[in-house]
Design a protein around this ligand. Structure first.
Ligand code: SF4
Length: 314
């Protein structure tokens, strides 16, 4: 499998680019994830010519909006330099299917970065200047912080978004047709249902509008809505609905014992006694013996390589 290109804050790869000359190497990213993602590092602060080591910067609120200035010298303002650097990276970032950024950084943080007011009081509601520009220019791009990847639900959500966005960008968007759009929707529909049932129905309505004469505009609306839907973390309740829906494809193949076993496993999953991987594995076992074309084509049972073990913890 070709690795998926993903941008990353360079310090998370172990590069000694932090203001104090250190790094923030992340073991999960550089271990497990690096088998599936090829990482391309950015250090915006080094990129604008600040040295290593360098004075720390922070975000401050001002009449002209949020600015990145020296923590000790507020006249040292690098806001425009960081914005320019971000724009220069757009052609590279356009080729990526995800971004992992360093939490709490005034350049790279995605959310809850401290913004200091004129009384020197911090409010954790900012976004680093580099990441703010990237997210504004590429609203569909999955972006996540390394700290949040420690949460099994957020980790599964982000990685799934990267795989789906990559599939869209590389296999479907080039030479898109009404048939390809319909196929993409059919194969991901069960995943959408696990995130949000109503939005999944809405996605079906959008996809059904596609005609060759309006394909470009419908596809833009569709994929924007897909990525927004996937941002909602899938819930046990929604997964239960999907699992029961899938069970319906086996109703003529299973004897009463097998049916009861599935019901029991689903119930234990619903109560939080066992992770999602257990009912999924049991369903795969039954579909191996009694294949169904729709379920085989769907990405729901295997949305990413099993070795990532993401469903063992959700
Ligand atoms: S957080 Fe961003 S700006 Fe800071 S050292 Fe890491 S890559 Fe560089």
């Amino acid at each position: 499998m070709l690795k998926i290109p993903v941008g990353i804050s360079a310090c998370l790869m172990g590069e000694k680019v932090r203001h104090n000359g250190g790094h923030k190497r992340d073991a999960y990213i550089n271990g497990t994830l690096s088998s599936y993602f090829s990482f391309h590092g950015f250090c915006p602060e080094v990129g604008i010519g600040l040295g290593i080591p360098r004075p720390a910067i922070r975000l401050v609120a001002s009449d002209g909006g949020v600015r990145a200035v020296g923590s000790r010298d507020s006249k040292f303002d690098v806001t425009e330099a960081l914005e320019d650097y971000s724009r220069q990276q757009f052609p590279l970032i356009e080729q990526y299917s995800g971004m992992i950024v360093k939490r709490a950084s005034p350049s790279c943080g995605m959310e809850r970065v401290k913004i200091y007011n004129d009384k020197n009081m911090p409010h954790p509601d900012g976004t680093g200047i580099f990441t703010r520009e990237i997210m504004a220019r590429f609203p569909l791009l999955p972006v996540e912080e390394e700290g949040r990847l420690g949460d099994p639900g957020l980790r599964e959500n982000f990685i799934q978004r990267v795989f789906i966005y990559h599939r869209w960008r590389t296999e479907y968007a080039p030479e898109l047709s009404v048939t390809k759009l319909t196929d993409f929707h059919a194969r991901h529909k069960l995943i959408f249902m696990s995130h949000d049932q109503d939005r999944s129905r809405e996605l079906g309505r959008i996809a059904a509008k596609a005609r060759s004469e309006n394909l470009e505009s419908v596809a833009a609306e569709y994929i924007a809505s897909v990525m927004a839907t996937l941002k909602k973390v899938a819930t046990r309740k929604n997964h239960m609905n999907v699992l029961q829906h899938i069970q319906g494809y086996l109703k003529r193949q299973l004897d009463s014992d097998d049916k009861q076993e599935l019901v029991d496993v689903f119930e234990r999953y619903r109560c939080g006694e066992i992770p999602l991987i257990v009912p999924i594995t049991l369903l795969k076992h039954h579909f191996r013996k009694a294949p169904d074309e729709y379920i085989e084509q769907s990405w729901y049972l295997s949305p990413y390589p099993e070795q990532l073990k993401l469903r063992n913890l959700v």
